[in-house]
Design a protein around this ligand. Sequence first.
Ligand code: HEC
Ligand code: HEC
Ligand code: HEC
Ligand code: HEC
Length: 247
Amino acid sequence: MGGRKQRPVLIVLTAVFILIISVGLASATIVGSKHDMSFLNSGANFSSTNEDEVCIFCHTPHGGISQDSSGNRVPLWNRSISQNETGFTPYSSPTLNATLGQPTGITLLCLSCHDGVSTLNTLINYGRFNPIVMDGGFDQIGDVWIGPGNPPGYPGANVGEGAAKNLANDHPVSFVFDAALISADAGGGPAKLQLPISSDPIKLFNNRLECATCHDPHEEGALAAGTFPFLRKSNQASGMCLTCHIK
Ligand code: HEC
Ligand code: HEC
Ligand code: HEC
Ligand code: HEC
């Protein structure tokens, strides 16, 4: 009969456990963010009217893209990336030391939507719904696209700011950030750059600085939505910039 007495304790413990798990999940999830394009996300500017899956817009479990044409590996990607390996205007300046070329690797993943050209519902593996129908919508920054079907480009989500495929006015991406770059940048003087320490949320990919170095596509932001859009850490008092720049 001892089992009877213990049952309420077990129920309370289970409830506490479930509460802890759900609080943990609520603080870090793509569901309900601007990167949740399923029809279940009523708050998104760009979402589907028939697709209920979230990951499918970016990942597929089988037969996805696993690398770019230079051999940089990417995680089970469900979108074409080769179209963005040419045609971009990269950032340049008289003080830049990094060698920038066309975007590669992880950066190509973001550009498979954020290039101002690509359509959201063009995938490699469609799963259960083909076509995936988009409902379009109204972009927060003020660029309007209203109507059924697939939006032709999403200006708010386009880092090109007006011109498609333009990275000239964006923070440099897709280059090796290592000790050699730090000393080239220092020019014999004290270092003006530092690598993020391994426990820092700011993350390099095979020593390369990519869009996802600063952004986590799965986490819209622990602080007020829109204030720190998908950033890996708060940029309050420019703390994120000061991770790497000694200023
Ligand atoms: C809007 C695009 C997008 C969506 C939607 C998306 N991801 Fe990702 N995911 C990425 C990008 C870009 C990367 C590579 C950059 C990185 O590692 O953060 C990535 C990397 C990953 C990785 C490998 C790195 C890691 O964090 O462990 C896993 C696993 C992953 N995603 C799982 C998921 C799952 C599961 C879902 C759905 C619940 C999902 N993703 C939805 C864009 C997306
Ligand atoms: C499957 C397409 C897709 C991919 C891939 C994707 N995004 Fe997005 N992203 C969107 C859409 C759609 C929005 C919402 C745009 C809007 O509502 O104005 C968005 C919004 C954003 C925003 C917030 C913009 C704002 O107005 O607040 C950021 C930041 C962002 N994405 C960064 C990234 C980065 C970095 C990557 C790669 C690591 C990435 N995205 C990959 C589709 C994508
Ligand atoms: C060095 C860090 C860093 C890198 C690299 C970076 N971003 Fe951002 N991004 C930011 C910060 C910080 C903001 C917020 C800007 C603000 O608050 O004014 C931002 C904002 C955005 C936005 C919101 C709209 C806007 O223009 O403000 C989008 C979309 C975006 N980034 C996409 C990208 C994509 C795509 C890449 C790669 C091509 C990228 N970012 C690379 C730091 C970065
Ligand atoms: C992950 C590390 C990292 C983060 C975070 C970062 N940067 Fe950078 N940034 C670099 C590197 C590396 C370069 C290339 C420096 C070079 O080659 O001279 C660079 C280049 C620049 C440049 C161009 C320098 C030039 O000579 O033309 C500016 C400006 C800049 N960053 C500002 C920022 C700002 C503002 C932020 C925060 C929003 C930021 N960076 C966040 C690493 C970072």
